[in-house]
Design a binder for this molecule. Structure first.
Ligand code: 5RP
Length: 248
């Protein structure tokens, strides 16, 4: 699906145009709150956009809704606890609805995630969800993935040998945080930020190659996982791929 076409189809004019990026993030996240129903187990994503969703879930809980959340990072677990959301970390069965942000979204709703460093748990939660909804402002839309870096979580043990395998796939890379004081994920691993000149050529194939690379824990390509994307632009949030309705 071409995202710009979907925008035109789904366009609803807002009385007052949204402008500020933070306002756009909030508008996308608040639209996703319309999907929440009493009794749901929710996947709670990480980052500055989905933070508004988690805060909104907190308001629903305070209003009497019975909701629980599976957080995708320690930061989100703390945020959820602060807002009175019961946290589940040992899952039996599936998550009803997972909502998360993204760093890049292409026209087929393929994503790059993980610039906040939480990609592994984010992917586990998305994969465990009956419905995975992505909330973004329009700055995240790209024609081709790989405008920015593709984060890959790797084991610290012999990480340079893993990095060598990754550069053999055609990427240049940097260690997140630098080699002196690297960023450590919630899982105790490193993030290598991969850059592909001209962008990612064949996201599905690359995803498989990364999964097959010894030393890689998980990568930030999310292919075939997104059910719905809520994109907020100046005219308000547009829903791509599946409806959002209060009654449905
Ligand atoms: C964290 C992520 C985030 O979802 C992604 O970085 C988007 O964050 P933000 O909403 O702050 O732009 O993948 O690992």
């Amino acid at each position: 699906m071409d995202i710009s076409q979907a925008w035109r189809r789904g366009s609803r004019r807002y009385a007052r145009p949204l402008a500020d990026q933070d306002e756009l993030k909030k508008a996308a996240a608040e639209k996703a709150l319309e999907l929440v129903r009493d009794g749901m187990l929710l996947g709670l994503g990480s980052g500055s956009t989905v933070r508004y969703f988690t805060e909104g879930v907190g308001r629903l809980v305070a209003g009497g809704m019975r909701l629980r959340g599976v957080p995708t990072s320690r930061a989100t677990a703390e945020l959820a606890a602060t807002h009175g959301i019961p946290v589940v970390e040992d899952l039996v069965g599936s998550i009803d609805l997972a909502v998360d942000g993204a760093d890049e979204v292409d026209g087929d709703l393929r994503l790059i995630k993980g610039r906040g460093g939480a990609l592994f748990r984010e992917k586990l939660v998305a994969a465990a969800a009956k419905r995975f909804v992505v909330v973004v402002d329009e700055s995240k839309l790209v024609k081709r993935l790989g405008v920015g870096v593709l984060p890959v979580e790797v084991l610290p043990f012999l990480w340079r040998t893993t990095a060598g395998r990754l550069t053999a796939l055609g990427a240049s890379l940097t260690v997140r945080g630098g080699e002196e004081a690297p960023f450590i994920t919630d899982n105790g691993n490193l993030i290598l930020d991969l850059q592909f000149e001209g962008g990612v050529d064949g996201a599905e194939r690359l995803g498989k190659d990364l999964n097959d690379t010894l030393g890689v824990v998980e990568h930030g390509l999310f292919v075939g996982m997104t059910d719905t994307c809520i994109v907020a632009g100046a005219d308000g949030p547009r829903v791509i791929g599946g409806s959002v309705s209060r009654s449905g």
